[in-house]
Design a protein around this ligand. Sequence first.
Ligand code: AMP
Length: 588
Amino acid sequence: MKFEEIAKYLERVEITTGRIEMINILTELYRKIEDPQDAAILSYIILGEIHPPYKGYELGMSEKLITRAIAFASGYDSSEVEKRLNVLGDIGRVAEEFISKKKQKTLFTEVLTLRKIYNTFNKIAQTTGEGSVDMKIKLLTGLLINASPLEAKYIARLADGNMRLGVADMTILEALANAKGSRERKPILEEAYNKYPDIGEIAKILYSEGWEGIQKVDVTPGIPLRPMLAERVRSPEEAWEKLKGRLAAEFKYDGERMQIHILGNGEVQIFSRRLENITHQFPDVVEAVKKHVKLERGIIEGEALAFDPDTGDFRPFQELMRRKRKHDIHETAKQIPVTLRLFDLIYDGQSYLKKTFPERRRRLEEIIDENELIKVSELIYPKTLEELKKFFLLSVEQGFEGLMIKSTGPDSIYQAGNRGWLWIKLKRDYRAELTDTLDLVVVGALYGRGRKAGLLSSYLMAVYDPENDVFKTVCKVGTGFKDEDIMEMNRLLKPYIRDRKPARVVSQMEPDVWVEPAIVLEITAAEITLSPIHTCAYNQIEKNVGLALRFPRFTGRYRMDKSPEDATTEKEVIEMYQRQKKIVVEGE
Ligand code: AMP
């Protein structure tokens, strides 16, 4: 397929401000595709990737390199291109502009196809070592020389890894379901994708093997699955009632979630909650797993905690983040050793997704040879509510976050990528009135005044509504940010700033700038109130009214481990509101 045709669709997606319209355009595009491989490539490219993120391919093209390729292809000086980039802030628009006024006209231009773009980017990703920078620039220049201005816009953005379309994986799944059946089939695609989150592979299977093929997709060592998520309650009583006393309770550890894959050839891979391959940060965990996990091939899950080897005490979550920055990882691993608390088993040669929690746990206990570095999580099967309460206090006393309470019923399967009542979190009190913190997504920002003039210093925050795959606003927050946080926020938000409302954001407020949903922050607040301006729970509690946080405050914790789709959901906020109301009424 010609890339020009695709670029026209991408442009239509870019300018639409409605999600339904966006899906319709993408559906139309997918209907034009026949070849399974093209469907795969297209899906990656729409997301600004050439491989699924867990493979960890880096194109290695900084803005500077892309700028140079644009300069070569258009015959202008790099400094001119850079100047324009400082004004426009979007490498795509810069490429479009310079290619449209390029100095030397090429005599024989090659027609760019989807395959050509993909193959060239693949080459760019694989080019390493001496002379690789020049080679990468040369390859990109080759594409830009043959590109129309519109094509150049999306080629440059692909090189930058940011297509600025506001399309997420769920949006693509919906368009694929439409194109090859109907919207009603999206859950089938979603289930397959949760077990095998490679958008290209899923598209390819759908185009080559149809819905039957999609239903056969299962977990596979080496391919991270989307993690199971938990609902929340505020008291042990509530959890007990929800699960009718059929439950297990575990300490909730405050560390980093790890999905550990044992590949069968002796290799171990570790994936983060966001499915990034983080194996290289944890050589010590790899060694411990090789020694102490008795599995040929498998997938297990747990929480990694930093600890002090002298005292055996656990260290704060932030310490683990230092592992991301350090170059000499073996040295850091010695300074900040980690210990694993494993809490689930997903694969041991066969898939355990459909087995009950007690079965998975039993198997997990069988295959771990426990020691200081690797243990199963602390767990009880309480027979009474009293026992559950005591265990909660014990967890808090020992400095943990609270409990994870898990159903042990016949339906207690591992729900990849889903939040449900099979897992429930019960967190300790944060001594705010609203006892829970929320993880909210930045969707807009406003400039400050005085000392903070010119800096984006308050932020429009949103919850996620997974049913409609949109983000709905719930507060504006400017409290709790230290000066260095504001600098950090301005740096973090820069690539996501937009001049029109991103299609998946639902908002009645107009911030100074819009922000593509990407950054998640932990927020506390005094309470949840009815609000005429915020769109969270709009029309769901009362007509023309939504819910908002009163006196929101940033806790200082950036939730980089969460993607925007992992943020607190609209439904959770409604439940928190209703619980809060109940307490007020009861207290009256
Ligand atoms: P939250 O990040 O607040 O949504 O809480 C859910 C997270 O708690 C999971 O993603 C895990 O990283 C973490 N966690 C800690 N201990 C456990 C446990 N025993 N079982 C499951 N998850 C746990």
